[in-house]
Design a protein around this ligand. Structure first.
Ligand code: PEP
Ligand code: CO
Length: 450
């Protein structure tokens, strides 16, 4: 409730969906108490810096690239995985800087993206029914009673992995890993495999030229930059986990979630009077919310006013995810509703979650053309409405997985079998992610060229 007293645990009085049921509440209390004593993962300085950058993106002075796995899992907390994910995000950000000629704010879905919402509490196979897998923060994937039993101890294991991940990211960045985003290190071989290879080569050249030009006029060599800001985000789904690391900082006179810079609320848990919105409204962190066609005008109004009652810049990001076939009808009225409130938001497009489908072999996938189509529609609609599309939210991995159909290599439904590894949503692979960045950048360069 807006205006009512807030505390890190005031959400307990609101309907809290998507929470696991633990058998042993004493053990849950012990773990949450322990979590609350562990040192924070991020600082309020970083969080405030991100808020400012989001405020800049709202005005078209920066652009936010938010990306990473649908779900991280504990086994994939490895050096190679972290390096590859950081590398793809850095390289995409260089491409985007060249095209958009704005600083790119890099936000990983990393170091805490361990909990997933599920459509059903129970999964049934044959005559066996077990609790659904809710991410490694809650239970394990194997279809056995033991693995699926929600285990509070996993909250601590998740927190530790988040800390390990973030620690490694910070070391890589401080140690000059930024060099890796030098254009010479881009793996662009796939460009030659495209049916329109010539067009792609032109596109890459145009972006490389634009990068040179940008560097020469600003006097900064983007590819040599030693100092790279990198922020983390995850879905603030498991409210006890989030609550445990929510601290009041005297010197800032405010409450901060110190597990991540940028907590976001998923679409299923975005009800204005639900526990997730109640929890997030009291934080000083910038907050993201997934919104789509299912949300009524009235719900959207209540959501935006509850999360940003003082109309602060940098406070609220609306991450819209309609689907390529629905954005044309869905986004314009949403923009109008928000405009009528006079509350600033950062508009970000998630072209992934409205475009999930199942193909004949049963695989869950997304078509590259739909992803790109939704993104292009988002740029166009915001431009026509006089609003700014200030960011993009992608599910991607630096690995060469085969989970999304299409892209320059023309991956088809049968090709999905080669390296289909996701346990949840299908991700763009390294090449497809670079291709999305190239296409966004090219669009911007083309628009700026008379
Ligand atoms: C997600 O981003 O993985 C997700 C669950 O998204 P949404 O809430 O938009 O469905
Ligand atoms: Co997802």
């Amino acid at each position: 409730m807006t205006g009512a007293a807030w505390s890190p645990d005031s959400w307990h009085a609101s309907p809290a969906i998507q929470q696991p049921t633990y058998a042993d509440s004493t053990e849950v209390e012990r773990v949450v108490g322990r979590l609350a004593q562990l040192p924070p993962l991020v600082t309020s300085w970083e969080i405030e810096a991100l808020r400012e950058q989001i405020a800049a993106a709202q005005q078209g002075r920066a652009f936010v690239l938010q990306g990473g796995d649908c779900a991280e899992n504990f086994d994939e907390c490895t050096s190679e995985n972290i390096v590859r994910k950081l590398k793809i995000l850095l390289q995409m950000s260089v491409v985007l800087t060249a095209g958009l000629k704005r600083p790119i704010v890099r936000v990983g879905r990393m170091a805490g993206q361990f909990a997933k919402p599920r459509s059903a509490d129970i999964e049934t196979r044959g005559d066996v029914s077990l609790p659904s897998y809710r991410g490694d923060l809650v239970n394990r994937l194997a279809f056995t009673a033991e693995a699926r039993e929600p285990n509070p101890e996993l909250l601590l294991r998740g927190y530790e992995r988040a800390a390990l991940t973030l620690n490694f990211i910070r070391s890589l960045i401080d140690g000059g890993f930024a060099d890796l985003h030098h254009p010479e290190n881009w793996d662009l071989d796939f460009v030659g495999h495209s049916a329109s290879a010539a067009e792609y080569h032109r596109l890459v050249e145009r972006i490389a030229d634009s990068l040179d030009f940008f560097e020469s006029i600003t006097g900064t060599a983007i590819s040599q930059a030693r100092r790279v800001d990198f922020y983390t985000s995850h879905e603030a789904l498991h409210l006890l986990y989030e609550q445990a690391q929510t601290r009041f900082l005297e010197h800032r006179d405010g409450w901060y979630n110190l597990t991540t810079h940028f907590p976001w609320i998923g679409m299923r848990t975005a009800a204005a009077d639900g526990a997730h919105v109640e929890y997030c409204r009291g934080l000083r962190n910038p907050i993201g919310v997934k919104v789509g066609g299912e949300m009524s005008d009235d719900d959207l109004r209540r959501l935006v006013t509850t999360l940003n009652p003082d109309a602060e810049a940098g406070r609220l990001t609306l991450i819209h995810r309609f689907g390529a076939g629905k954005i044309n009808d869905g986004l314009p009225p949403m923009i109008e509703t928000v405009a009528s409130l006079g509350i600033p938001v950062l508009w970000m497009c998630d072209p992934m979650h409205g475009n999930t489908e199942s193909v004949a072999n049963g695989r869950k996938t997304r078509r590259f053309d739909n992803i790109l189509g939704e993104l292009e529609a988002a740029f166009r609609i915001h431009h026509d409405a006089g609003t700014v599309l200030g960011g993009v939210h992608l599910e991607l991995t630096g690995e060469h997985v085969t989970e999304c159909i299409g892209g320059a290599r023309g991956l088809d439904a049968d090709g999905l079998e080669h390296a289909y590894r996701t346990q949840v949503d299908p991700r763009l692979n390294y090449e497809q992610a670079m291709e999305v960045a190239l296409r966004i950048a090219d669009r911007a360069v083309a628009q700026a060229t008379p």
